[in-house]
Design a binder for this molecule. Sequence first.
Ligand code: IPD
Ligand code: CA
Ligand code: CA
Length: 257
Amino acid sequence: MLEEIIEAARQAGKIMLEAEKASIDVKEKTGSANFVTQYDMAVQENLRQALQRICPEADFLGEEGNDRPEQTALVFIVDPIDGTTNFIHGYRHSAISIALAQNGKIEYGVVYNPYTEEVFSAARGRGAYRNGEPIHVSSRPMKEALICFGTSPYDPSLAEPSFRLAKRLFDIAADIRRSGSAALDLCAIAAGQCEFDFELVLQPWDFAASSLMIEEAGGRVSRPDGTPLRILEPNPVIAGNRLTYDAFLAEGLQEGL
Ligand code: IPD
Ligand code: CA
Ligand code: CA
């Protein structure tokens, strides 16, 4: 099953790369700075069909359109392009994210970056991998940590608390990054390339696949108060290796958000 999902992601990634030779047609969705392109729609439709062939019993929850699954006991959770703003700008840092959730738990996760041809994959209980090689979170403590964060751009009221928390982390860590793809930030933690990530609101399709990647790579991911993510709902998200995650909670950084 995992190999078939990876293949579906690789095929759909070709559609993203076609945009580099054509024009991108950008439309605004509800909320602030929330865009969709014909490529988001085309990738989602391509994946919907491919995933249905792979597992016909599973329903489908994708970011684009308003269709919602009839049942969520077994459901694919798909972000056709995570990092649409990067994609529109030709910034070449966006990914396809596919998770299969069963009874509220992620069983498989695949995140594919077509620009670097990196496939991050995980199956519950079987580890996390990049292009077939096992990956692990780093063991760097908070003072050596590279911090990623997302700005929850679609809700401007979250800008103030997001930047306040980013500043507090910047003061106790090594440096800070804002990459524009939550799925790739979380995979970077799983691969030991950065040590902590937060965003005050993420949608299921942003975090579903890569949250399993972090758990399988030995990291921690939860809501900022330490309670588990609710897989089918929007959540505030923190993630890190064991040291940075524990330090965040111990410093009380979640208070006052
Ligand atoms: C967005 C990206 C971004 C994050 C936003 C997400 P999209 O996803 O992951 O990094 O800050 O909260 O919505 O809209 O490009 O799929
Ligand atoms: Ca997204
Ligand atoms: Ca998206």
